[in-house]
Design a protein around this ligand. Structure first.
Ligand SMILES: NC(=O)c1ccc[n+]([C@@H]2O[C@H](COP(=O)([O-])OP(=O)(O)OC[C@H]3O[C@@H](n4cnc5c(N)ncnc54)[C@H](OP(=O)(O)O)[C@@H]3O)[C@@H](O)[C@H]2O)c1
Length: 325
C-alpha cells in the first residue's frame, strides 16, 4: 500500500463505509447522513496517565487488536495526549491490510478545553488529524463545556468551518448539559449529531436523553462498565441485580447486561479493553444490534428499578456540581 493513503488529504473527507469484516452494526440519525457503529473502542481512561512505554506498546497493540476483531470505531481525544500512538496503530493497520481503507474506519476526536478558542480549534484539529494519520475526522466533539475560555458558539463556528472545508465530516459534543446544547442549537448552521456523556444504570440521564432525541442528537455513553469495574458502594443494589440476572442464564454476564442496557436503549457505547477475550465478550453484546429483544425488555426493567432513584457520577463530578438530568 502506498503511503499516500495515509497523508493528510487537504480536506477531502469520505463517508464512513462499513467494511465486510466489521462486526458492529451502525445507528443513523434521522435528519443527516450521520452513521456510526454502536460500539466504539476508547483510547482514554485506562490508557490515560500510563507511562510512555506502556502507552506506546499496550495502547497501539490494543487499537490494532480491536480493528482486527471487527471494531472499526475508535474514540480519541486531544486531552488523552496519546494521539500519535493511536496514529501509529492506524498507519500499521492500513499498511498491513490492503483491503482496509481509511473510509472503513470511524475515527472520533475531541477538542480539549485549552484549545476551544476559534484559532486554536483550527490548529489543534489539524494537528490531531496529522497525529492520527487519518486525513480527516469522522466526528469531532467539544470535550467539555466547562470553564469559560470563550463562548461555546465561537468554538462551534470554528468546527463548522472544518466541516465546510472537508477536514471533519460531523460535529458534536461531550459532557454537555441541556443548557449547553440549547446554546449551540440556537445559532448553529450544522447541528450537533452526538452528545457523549457518562451513562450507566446508576446515571441514566433520562431528561438529557429525551432532549437529545427530540433534537435528533444520538447519545453515546462512557463509563458503561464502571458499576462492576470500580464497584462504588452506591452501585451495590444495581450490582446485586446484575449478578442475580446473570446467574439465571449461562450465556450472559454482568458486563454483557450493562452493554445491552445501552445498546437496546439506542445509545452508542464507548468502551475499552486490553484483552481480546473481553472484546469478544463485548462483541456478543452487539450481536442483536440495537434491536430490542424480549430478554432486553425484561432485564432492563429489573436493572432500571434497582437503584431506586439514587444516582452515582464518577467523571467530571465537580464540574457538574450535583446536576442530574
Ligand atoms: N468524553 C469523556 O469525558 C470521556 C470520559 C471517560 C471515558 N471516555 C471514553 O470512553 C472510553 C471507555 O472508558 P471507560 O472508563 O468508560 O471504560 P469502561 O467501558 O467503563 O471500562 C473499560 C475498562 O474496564 C476494564 N474491565 C472491563 N471488564 C472488566 C471486568 N469484568 N472486571 C474488571 N475490569 C474490567 C477494562 O480493562 P481490561 O483491559 O482489563 O479489560 C477497561 O480498562 C475511554 O477510553 C474514552 O475513550 C470519554
Amino acid at each position: 500500500m502506498s503511503s499516500a493513503k495515509l497523508k493528510n488529504n487537504g480536506g477531502i473527507s469520505k463517508p464512513f463505509t462499513p467494511h465486510a469484516t466489521a462486526k458492529v452494526p451502525t445507528i443513523k440519525n434521522q435528519t443527516s447522513s450521520f452513521e456510526i457503529p454502536i460500539l466504539g473502542f476508547g483510547s482514554g481512561t485506562a490508557w490515560y496517565g500510563a507511562n510512555e512505554g506502556e502507552r506506546k506498546t499496550n495502547l497501539k497493540n490494543s487499537v490494532k487488536m480491536a480493528v482486527k476483531c471487527g471494531v472499526h470505531h475508535i474514540d480519541c481525544a486531544e486531552m488523552y495526549n496519546n494521539q500519535e500512538v493511536v496514529g501509529d496503530a492506524i498507519k500499521e493497520i492500513l499498511n498491513e491490510n490492503n483491503d482496509l481503507q481509511r473510509e472503513h474506519l470511524f475515527v472520533t476526536s475531541k477538542i480539549a478545553q485549552g484549545s476551544r478558542n476559534p484559532n486554536d480549534v483550527i490548529s489543534s484539529v489539524h494537528k490531531t488529524i496529522a497525529d492520527l494519520n487519518v486525513g480527516y475526522l469522522d466526528l469531532l466533539l467539544i470535550h467539555s463545556p466547562f470553564g469559560k475560555p470563550c463562548p461555546l458558539i465561537d468554538t462551534w463556528k470554528a468546527m463548522e468551518r472544518l466541516v465546510d472545508d472537508g477536514f471533519v465530516r460531523h460535529i458534536g459534543v461531550s459532557n454537555h448539559r441541556i443548557q449547553d446544547l440549547q446554546e449551540i442549537l440556537n445559532s448553529s448552521k450544522h447541528r450537533p449529531v452526538m452528545n457523549q456523556v457518562e451513562c450507566h444504570p446508576a446515571l441514566p440521564q433520562l431528561k438529557l436523553k429525551q432532549f437529545c432525541e427530540a433534537n435528533d442528537i444520538i447519545m453515546a455513553s462512557y463509563g458503561n462498565l464502571l458499576p462492576i469495574t470500580r464497584k462504588p458502594k452506591e452501585c451495590d443494589p444495581l450490582n446485586k441485580t446484575l449478578t442475580n440476572i446473570a446467574s439465571k442464564k449461562k450465556s450472559i454476564n454482568e458486563g454483557h447486561l450493562l452493554l445491552r442496557w445501552q445498546l437496546s436503549n439506542h445509545r452508542v457505547a464507548i468502551t475499552t479493553t486490553s484483552k481480546e477475550s473481553r472484546l469478544s465478550e463485548y462483541l456478543k453484546s452487539v450481536e442483536d444490534g440495537n434491536n430490542i429483544t424480549g430478554d432486553d425488555i425484561e432485564n432492563n426493567a429489573l436493572i432500571d428499578q434497582s437503584m431506586g432513584g439514587t444516582y452515582f457520577r464518577a467523571f467530571w463530578e465537580k464540574q457538574y456540581n450535583g446536576l442530574i438530568e
